[in-house]
Design a protein around this ligand. Structure first.
Ligand code: SAH
Ligand code: SF4
Length: 342
């Protein structure tokens, strides 16, 4: 089987010097997906690359357009498993939400991806390839996508090396040249992974999915919480901030009657006192069979006001793409993983 060219970046990339530059320009600036189109390379070189490598991580795709203009792409990988990426063309901020896994082993109770179980990790090329694929489908250059969130399927810190190397390609000047302020990696809150990330040369924004300030509620929602208590996550966040100097976002999906009480807003504010942080409240995106409901508007507003009153920077993230099943936490295949082969 042919190797995925993007999997060879950055370490084992087969070309050097200006040839490397030429190929990277074709791939990342012009978004070509075949070596044949690389007209400034000698014919033999194109044939050689073609014989050994492919630029296509996906063998099939389907798209689902939402009323608010988001598009969900259901992508089939070599081997037949499927995963999803979402494109959100907000005005001048073209944003993509990418996956790092097929399914997810973390099993958060309110997350449709978590309910699928774990398929497999995506390779570097399969992660970065989502950007190239979506750009091509949307008829824009890959470098026009300026915002990226690791908020699709999967837990990036459980596919650590590939997520880091994919981020390096996103930020690298010779590849996607994205701004480090516009790439956000979201984690379920794995203290060891956060500490490890602090020491990487990967300058992206970190978002931690906290979802509850008290152990009991958090453990009921997030199975990995048992091995990552909130104190430890907060210590890891402090260390991360001490090393990187970066503001940390805390994500908080508002689940009616579960984590939206005012005492929890208070405790959350206590937890964040020592950090430079920002809280992102996400109204729960419903999916069939989840057993959870989104908080009412008035409860959401009261929670928001309470945090604001305590001096915590807070915003509400209203997910796009709900009607196409493309919002945060709604990415899941309609059929079970064991039948995921086409
Ligand atoms: N695995 C990572 C990133 C993917 S999920 C993580 O958990 O952080 C991106 C965000 O959507 C996370 O904050 C996640 O907790 C949240 N989320 C999951 N399911 C959701 C749902 N049904 N409604 C709202 N947010 C949800
Ligand atoms: Fe995995 Fe994140 Fe969903 Fe939890 S919320 S199951 S970590 S994708």
């Amino acid at each position: 089987m042919k190797k995925l060219l993007l999997d060879e970046l950055p370490q084992n990339y087969p070309l050097e010097g200006y040839r490397r530059k030429q190929v990277l320009e074709w791939v990342f600036k012009r978004g070509v997906l075949s070596f044949e189109e690389m007209s400034n390379l000698p014919k033999e070189m194109r044939a050689q690359l073609e014989a050994e490598y492919t630029l296509e991580p996906f063998i099939k795709s389907e798209s689902f357009h939402s009323r608010d203009d988001s598009t969900k792409y259901l992508l089939t990988l070599h081997g037949g498993m499927q995963m999803e990426a979402v494109y959100m063309p907000y005005l001048d901020r073209k944003t993509i939400c990418i996956s790092t896994m097929v399914g997810c082993p973390a099993g958060c109770k309110f997350c449709a991806t978590g309910s699928m179980g774990f398929g497999r990790n995506l390779s570097v090329g399969e992660i970065v390839g989502q950007i190239l694929f979506v750009a091509r489908a949307e008829k824009i250059a890959p470098q026009e996508i300026r915002n990226l969130v690791f908020m699709g399927m999967g837990e990036p810190l459980l596919n650590y090396e590939n997520s880091m190397n994919a981020s390096r390609i996103m930020l690298s000047e010779e590849a996607l040249n994205m701004s480090s302020r516009r790439v956000t990696l979201s984690t379920v809150g794995l203290a060891r992974g956060i500490r490890r990330m602090a020491l990487e040369d990967v300058n992206v924004k970190l978002a931690i999915s906290l979802h509850a300030p008290d152990e009991d509620t958090r453990r009921a929602l997030i199975p990995t919480a048992a091995a990552n208590n909130i104190d430890d996550i907060m210590d890891a966040a402090l260390e991360y901030q001490a090393v990187t100097g970066r503001r940390i976002t805390f994500e908080y999906s508002m689940l009616s009657g579960v984590n939206d009480n005012l005492w929890q807003a208070d405790l959350l504010a206590d937890r964040l006192e020592r950090l430079i942080s920002h809280v992102n409240l996400i109204p729960m995106n419903p999916w069939e069979g989840s057993g959870f409901q989104e908080s009412t508007e008035s409860v959401l507003q009261a929670f928001y006001d309470h945090l604001e009153g305590r001096g915590i920077p807070v915003s509400v993230r209203r997910s796009r793409g709900r009607d196409a099943g493309a919002a945060c936490g709604q990415l899941a295949l309609k059929r079970p993983l064991e039948n995921a082969l086409v």
